[in-house]
Ligand binder design. Structure first.
Ligand SMILES: NC(=O)c1ccc[n+]([C@@H]2O[C@H](COP(=O)([O-])OP(=O)(O)OC[C@H]3O[C@@H](n4cnc5c(N)ncnc54)[C@H](OP(=O)(O)O)[C@@H]3O)[C@@H](O)[C@H]2O)c1
Length: 343
């Protein structure tokens, strides 16, 4: 194993964001701490990465609670983690060399030491590095797999997606159109986002703050109803979709962001019984269960990105110290497309 670096110039410490306390309801700045910590010595098989972009994602809110879930809770007084893309600046691995751009899961910090095997190359020949945290990364795969593998979308169907101007939602709508949806309806939280959805090729879009979701969706869906609901929001949105779904309709249960900061259980959906008469399928999923489709997904969607069929938005915040605010703003809808922090 050859050390592939100029060791004298390597950083010995990294700035990182730690979890200082667990949020109750909405996260607040006091829940986070900017700290400096020592980097471990590079071992055989490891790389040192200078992160360029880190991802802030809604699922991280759940990991801030000390409850058993599908992913382990973040530890108090330790660095948070999550998706990141960066450049290898030192390597003791034959798998990755200095200069490689890689995706990995030690975000929320400027430098990361980790096993080369825990990194994957970013195909920067296909798109800029940041895309591998969004449209061509975990986020995009969530949209692709959720629509095609979970909801089993078929050409000619009508699709409704909530959180439609966000990272996952905007891709769901565009992939559905690219694959022959007869209509795509999206909901989002502001007039600007609604306008953006129409620019991206959605057939109908509404602002869920303008009135009851059920009324607005019923108006958009008409007599025909919807065949597929891609749920990013839960609660009132899910209830509205159950009423609008046709017989044999499917729901890909991706997220329930309306509830992530809730301190009380939510009442909706009150009409779950409709699933019986309409013979609906409601299927929850985690993107981790669909990783085997990553190759197919990147090939397909990168070609659509290249020819303009699929466009992706990014909201970029500069500076590691601003990552907590970027995360808090994400939960309040400040982002259009993928929320990223450039570090
Ligand atoms: N199952 C999985 O494996 C998986 C993987 C990735 C993501 N997800 C889930 O997918 C969903 C979207 O994730 P993302 O990364 O693409 O985030 P995102 O949609 O880019 O950002 C979150 C958006 O949620 C919306 N929002 C916040 N509070 C809301 C509320 N009370 N009602 C309706 N909308 C609300 C905001 O947009 P508005 O301005 O429109 O309110 C905000 O921009 C999340 O629920 C996430 O947890 C699941």
């Amino acid at each position: 194993m050859s050390a592939n670096t100029a060791t004298a110039t390597l950083p010995l410490t990294t700035r990182e964001i730690q979890l200082a306390s667990r949020p109750h309801g909405r996260p607040v700045p006091e829940n986070f701490r900017l700290a400096e910590s020592e980097l471990p010595q590079l071992q055989d098989g490891q790389v040192l990465v200078r992160n360029r972009f880190i991802s802030v994602d809604p699922y991280m809110r759940g990991r801030m609670n000390d409850v058993k879930s599908y992913s382990a809770p973040f530890a108090l007084d330790a660095a948070l983690d999550g998706g990141a893309v960066g450049e290898v600046i030192a390597s003791r691995s034959d798998q990755r060399k200095v200069g490689d751009v890689v995706v990995h899961s030690l975000g929320w910090r400027e430098y990361a030491v980790l096993d080369a095997a825990a990194t994957s190359p970013a195909r920067t020949d296909l798109a800029p590095d940041s895309a591998f945290l969004g449209a061509l990364g975990m986020t995009g795969l969530t949209a692709y797999a959720g629509l095609l593998k979970v909801a089993e979308f078929k050409p000619g169907e009508v699709v409704f997606v909530s959180g439609a101007a966000g990272a996952v939602g905007s891709l769901v709508g565009q992939i559905a159109k690219a694959m022959g949806a007869s209509r795509v309806i999206g909901s989002a939280g502001s007039p600007d986002k609604v306008a953006r959805l129409l620019e991206l090729g959605f057939d109908e879009a509404f602002n869920y703050n303008d009135g009851p979701v059920a009324d607005q969706l019923a108006a958009a869906a008409g007599e025909r109803g919807i065949d597929v609901y891609f749920d990013n929001v839960g609660g009132e949105h899910l209830e509205a979709a159950l009423s609008a779904l046709t017989v044999g309709g499917r729901v890909a249960m991706c997220g329930a962001i309306a509830q992530y900061n809730s301190t009380e259980p939510t009442a909706a959906p009150r009409n779950l019984m409709q699933a019986i008469g309409k013979q609906l399928t409601l299927k929850g999923f985690l993107v981790g269960g669909y990783w085997q489709h990553m190759g197919e997904f990147v090939e397909t969607v990168s070609a659509w990105v290249a020819d303009g069929t699929v466009r992706y938005d990014e909201t970029v915040v500069d500076g590691l110290e601003n990552a907590p605010q970027a995360f808090m703003d994400l939960l309040e809808g400040a982002n259009t497309g993928k929320m990223l922090v450039r570090v």
